[in-house]
Design a protein around this ligand. Structure first.
Ligand code: AMP
Length: 308
């Protein structure tokens, strides 16, 4: 069974969408990644930090999905990372209202001994120095390192971010962030520039418009499933990344052809994430439901055309 190390924020989120509002629910990159990756039979461990205010039930929720939580440090006297965001009417864009790093501000990650030989590493969204710190602790070179980040770190830790980007195989990033990182409007040019920064594979997420996978001169595009209800897009990008990496770890095949399937799996899992607030939908989505939606995905994108 492949091992996967996941590093990322574990948070309280307060979210506002046109459909409603929540107060301090479970959020953060790592829970979304972990819940998504737990759809596959792999051995995943989350490396993160929370404060003494973090409820045990949230930790139980993760460990009940067979995710190793021994490396989620609890700083008793500290407060958990808090993020708040408000979505616009199109649900594709949002404003960050609050980012309180709290215990995340001076977090020193410790990868459990048993996971230092993991074949797969998912560097989820948090400070790039922490992401690099996790890579530095790996005893053997992982087969694949995937990195996700966001504009916040480009604004406040660009040099550190560029340093860790050099050391990863795949980057998943949304379209606006790819433009910010490269200063290029064209996503094709932006992907090429990101290749030059290090990653051999670049995944650009375009929210409800799907995702693009770039590798050398090859491009693959997967649409997002057209959904009747989009309730809360928070965590969709992390869910995508967790599904993408989880699928690759499960199949243990990192060819470009297999990465196309990983993009489809990631998109399918993300389509569940947006149906409820926060992690709620990802907590109970069944493999049967996922398989049914994968079939829908196939139908959506398959056609047979005769050239005239
Ligand atoms: P996504 O919608 O995939 O971009 O991810 C949203 C999640 O990212 C939320 O659950 C937040 O708690 C988390 N998040 C927001 N800002 C940051 C940040 N600066 N560092 C780490 N995680 C963050």
């Amino acid at each position: 069974m492949s091992k996967l190390v996941i590093v990322g924020s574990v948070a309280f989120d307060a979210i506002e969408t046109p459909f409603g509002k929540t107060d301090k629910i479970l959020g953060g990159a790592a829970p979304f990644i972990g819940l998504s990756a737990s759809q596959f039979d792999i051995d995943a461990s989350i490396v993160s930090v929370v404060g003494g205010d973090f409820p045990q039930e949230y930790l139980d929720l993760l460990s009940n999905r067979s995710i190793d939580i021994s490396a989620i440090e609890i700083v008793k006297e500290g407060k958990t990372f808090f993020w708040s965001g408000r979505y616009h009417n199109d649900m594709n864009s949002r404003d960050t209202l609050v980012t309180e790093l709290n215990t995340l501000a001076d977090f020193n990650p410790v990868v459990p001994e048993a996971y230092r030989d993991a074949e797969y590493v998912m560097l989820g969204n948090l400070h790039p120095i922490v992401q690099q710190g996790v890579l530095d602790q790996m005893k053997t070179k992982p087969k694949l390192v995937v990195l996700d980040t966001m504009n916040f770190w480009m604004d406040c830790a660009l040099e550190d971010l560029l340093r860790v980007i050099k050391n990863v195989d795949v980057i998943t990033i949304n379209d606006e962030e790819a433009r910010q990182l490269t200063g290029e409007y064209s996503l094709v040019v932006a992907a090429r520039k990101i290749h030059e920064m290090g990653p051999k594979y670049v995944v650009i997420k375009k929210g409800e418009h799907g995702a693009l996978l770039f590798h050398d001169d090859s491009v693959f595009y997967a649409p997002a499933l057209p959904l009747e209800e989009v309730f809360d897009p928070t965590g969709a990008g992390d869910t995508f990344a967790g599904g993408f990496t989880g699928y690759l770890a499960k199949t243990d095949d990192i060819s470009f052809e297999n990465m196309k399937n990983a993009v489809i799996y990631g998109s399918t899992l993300a389509s569940f994430c947006v149906e409820k607030f926060g992690t709620e939908r990802m907590e109970n989505v069944s493999r049967e439901e996922v398989h049914k939606r994968l079939q829908q995905f196939k139908q959506l994108t398959q056609f047979d055309i005769e050239l005239t």
